[in-house]
Design a protein around this ligand. Structure first.
Ligand SMILES: [Fe+2]
Ligand SMILES: [Fe+2]
Length: 293
């Protein structure tokens, strides 16, 4: 993937460079102004809500649309906690045999600290909001769990899976950062903190994947496509298409119907394509053609 991520190119001293950027760490739980959090606000811009564009959604009272934006965001960060747990577990397991280079070892510890910080700030948000924690739809992520937990650490498929697991949710965070003027300031702060740290994680994962892709032949890259394509679809479904429990928690009747409508909502499908396209383009430069549908 020759395209640099957030200006961070895949260079020999990348881990040292990333560690220097990670070193001035500020615990997000202590830094975020939680007292400013409000339930009388949107937590997602309406364009980023799964039902946006549907006439039935436009007819809902503002309070209910706000609540749906809050529950969709809670669902999104619960998925984030689940994925971050796998990252932390795998990095920590990889450190049983520490990398020979000190800067690599140091960077991986920074990444564990930052992922733990993200999950802690997500839990803090759920706790302070008083909103219900929802049942996770982990069955939809079985392949992601299996690949994330069991693929060999130095294998191309593993680093492609990590890249997808980091980038698919990050594209929504980036959207919120760019178009989130009207959303709750605490949510914007939380999203900004996450995007800044994830730029480093993604640069590292892309670099690991890039080095392995550069040494792989066409047949191997095509076989990777077969493995990674269903994973990509699982992540997109999990992060961008809430299950019925989210609509139920938002107080909507017939939640299964709302979930179905979201999945066939043309506005939503276009929004997701717009978010995911840059991720796919990054892979295409290395002959790895993926599509999310
Ligand atoms: Fe994270
Ligand atoms: Fe990350």
């Amino acid at each position: 993937m020759s395209r640099p991520t957030a200006g961070l190119v895949c260079r020999e001293d990348l881990a040292a460079h990333l560690s220097r950027n990670s070193a001035p760490y500020a615990d997000p739980v202590g830094r975020i102004q939680w007292s400013e959090l409000s339930l009388d606000s949107f937590w997602l811009p309406e364009a980023a809500i799964s039902l946006n564009g549907l006439a039935a959604f436009d007819c809902l009272p503002q309070q209910q649309r706000q609540r749906l934006s809050q529950m969709e965001f809670i669902n999104f960060i619960q998925m984030g906690i689940w994925v971050e747990n796998i990252f932390i577990e795998r990095i920590a397991r990889g450190l049983r045999r520490p990398p020979g280079r000190l800067d690599e070892h140091r960077y991986l510890l920074h990444e564990i600290r930052e992922e733990a910080g993200h999950s802690l700030m997500f839990l803090e948000l759920i706790d302070r909001s008083g909103l219900p924690r929802m049942q996770m739809q982990v069955p939809g992520l079985r392949l992601a769990a299996a690949l994330g937990r069991h693929l060999p650490y130095d294998w191309l498929g593993f680093w492609l899976a990590v890249t997808i697991g980091e980038e698919i949710p990050d594209r929504l965070n980036r959207y919120l950062r760019k178009h989130g003027d009207g959303i709750d300031p605490v949510i914007r702060d939380l999203v900004t903190t996450h995007v800044v740290d994830e730029a480093r994680h993604i640069a590292y994962a892309r670099c690991r994947a890039q080095k392995l892709l550069d040494g792989a032949g066409g047949a191997k890259i095509r076989s990777m496509g077969l493995l990674i394509r269903p994973l990509l679809r699982q992540f997109v479904q999990a992060f961008y298409f809430p299950g019925p429990g989210v609509y139920r928690a938002a107080g909507l009747e017939q939640p299964e119907t709302w979930a179905q409508w979201a999945r066939s909502n043309g506005h939503r499908l276009d929004f997701v394509d717009q978010c995911v396209r840059p991720v796919l383009r990054g892979f295409e430069t290395h002959g790895l053609r993926l599509d999310r549908r």
